[in-house]
Design a protein around this ligand. Structure first.
Ligand SMILES: Cc1cc2nc3c(=O)[nH]c(=O)nc-3n(C[C@H](O)[C@H](O)[C@H](O)COP(=O)(O)OP(=O)(O)OC[C@H]3O[C@@H](n4cnc5c(N)ncnc54)[C@H](O)[C@@H]3O)c2cc1C
Length: 386
């Protein structure tokens, strides 16, 4: 595609920053519009598996990610009551060679800061909340809440689960509450008073699970995310304050090794979990979606961010190698939808690494070189007729 095409990216989250970085490296002058006034260090951890770190390597940030995060020695699944090890994976030089990249735990704020460095300075406009899109002849117009209007050839909606671009592409249906909330906390490791824990453990209960893990190689802070059923969510806020007592109550029958950690927790907050039903419509006209904007998923496989980064790599390759945007979008959708929908399915099932698991198909995948899938002719005809 002609590198002079004006590409506007809405949202500077993981997907938006990744696609900006990939497109700019491919020679496009992509610009990002973000509603927030600046990046803030939101308190939570995130797991980056090898399929993500090897994609981010192409943005030249792998070493910075490793320096900011932790290469965990292992991930362990344990039974809530007996503490029996159900599954364990060791991460070392040989697993890194096998998967083609490191597995990392990292603070989201640190991840954002590193990814920001992969984008051309000055190419992100903060304080720009998209409020509307208008089709013009030969362009698409972005309308922002600050009165700014921008005309572009292509709009990439990387604006998360409540995407405004999705309203233009699909509909304005709100996301669905999945009937679960996440209790999250970050606290200093010294509060464990010498009690040692592995780098990452997932404790599996009947209807709930919880993961304590370290986010930096100093191992001086622990992040805990515990997911429990909830019949409703009534707040408009992204999260509400929680408490150590409430957290302990939710996992009161769990093994003592976990309770020792929860007794040290502080600064607990409670977050609703939303997703959407699978919908394979990811583009319309000059607008295309990626990440949570088109496939928000339950965070039970720790893979939503990973899918956004892979989307970014594949979309860039399609735009870089295919002349017409519509054909590039079809190729992007045909390549991504089978893999993403499998990850969505496993996330709903909450079965990833619960017991013996084939992880190769997921970790070894390289979105920067994996074959692109040509859409079939029937699908092309159907979409052209829309
Ligand atoms: C509890 C929890 C734990 C998770 N753990 C993991 C994990 O360990 N590993 C993993 O890979 N994934 C994890 N995920 C999933 C992951 O966080 C998301 O899938 C990922 O953040 C999606 O990236 P995105 O860029 O699509 O959207 P987001 O990261 O949500 O970014 C969207 C951006 O768009 C901006 N925006 C929104 N609307 C507008 C607008 N109208 N105008 C301008 N800007 C706008 C937002 O401010 C934001 O910056 C987890 C999710 C949750 C809820």
């Amino acid at each position: 595609m002609d590198r002079r095409q004006r590409i506007a990216i809405v949202g500077a989250g993981l997907g938006g920053l990744a696609v900006a970085g990939f497109l700019q490296r491919a020679g496009f002058a992509a610009t990002v519009y973000e509603q927030a006034p600046t990046f803030s260090r939101i308190g939570a951890g995130i797991i980056l598996s090898a399929n993500v770190t090897k994609a981010l390597r192409r943005l030249g940030i792998e070493q910075d990610l490793v320096a900011s995060g932790l290469k965990p020695h292992c991930y362990i699944s344990r039974a809530w009551d007996t503490g029996e090890t159900l599954y364990e994976i060791i991460f070392d030089a040989s697993s890194e060679a096998r998967f083609g990249g490191p597995y990392l735990n990292i603070h989201r704020g640190d991840l954002h800061a590193v990814m920001h460095g992969a984008v051309t300075p000055g190419s992100i406009s903060f304080n720009h909340r998209l409020v509307g899109l208008e089709e013009l002849s030969g362009a698409i117009r972005l309308v922002f809440d600050n009165g700014v209007k921008v005309d572009a050839d292509i709009v990439i909606g990387a604006d998360g689960i409540n995407s405004k671009v999705r309203e233009f592409v699909v509909d304005a249906e709100p996301p669905r509450f999945v009937g679960a909330v996440a209790h999250r906390a970050i606290f200093p490791t010294q509060r464990l008073r010498g009690f040692k824990i592995p780098d990452c453990t997932k404790w599996w209960g009947r209807d709930r699970h919880i993961l304590p893990y370290f986010m930096t190689s100093r191992r001086d802070e622990i992040y805990v995310i515990g997911v429990v059923p909830a019949s409703k969510w009534e707040s408009d806020a992204p999260s509400v304050p929680g408490s150590r007592e409430e957290l302990i109550n939710c996992f009161a029958n769990f093994h003592n090794d976990l309770l020792r950690v929860l007794e040290a927790a502080e600064d607990v907050s409670v977050w609703p979990i939303f997703d959407r039903e699978r919908n394979d419509c990811w583009s319309r006209g000059r607008a295309v979606l990626l990440g949570d904007a088109c496939h928000p998923m339950r965070p039970f496989m720790a893979a939503g961010g990973a899918m956004a980064v892979e989307d970014a790599a594949i979309l860039t390759r399609c735009l870089a190698t295919i002349d017409a945007a519509a054909e590039a979008f079809r190729c992007y959708e045909a390549t991504r939808i089978p893999r993403v929908s499998e990850v969505q399915r496993i996330s709903i099932e909450n079965s990833w690494m619960r017991g013996p698991t084939d992880v190769d198909w997921f970790y070894r995948y390289d979105s920067c070189v994996a074959p692109l899938t040509q859409p079939n002719a029937t699908e092309m005809k159907r979409r052209r007729a829309q």
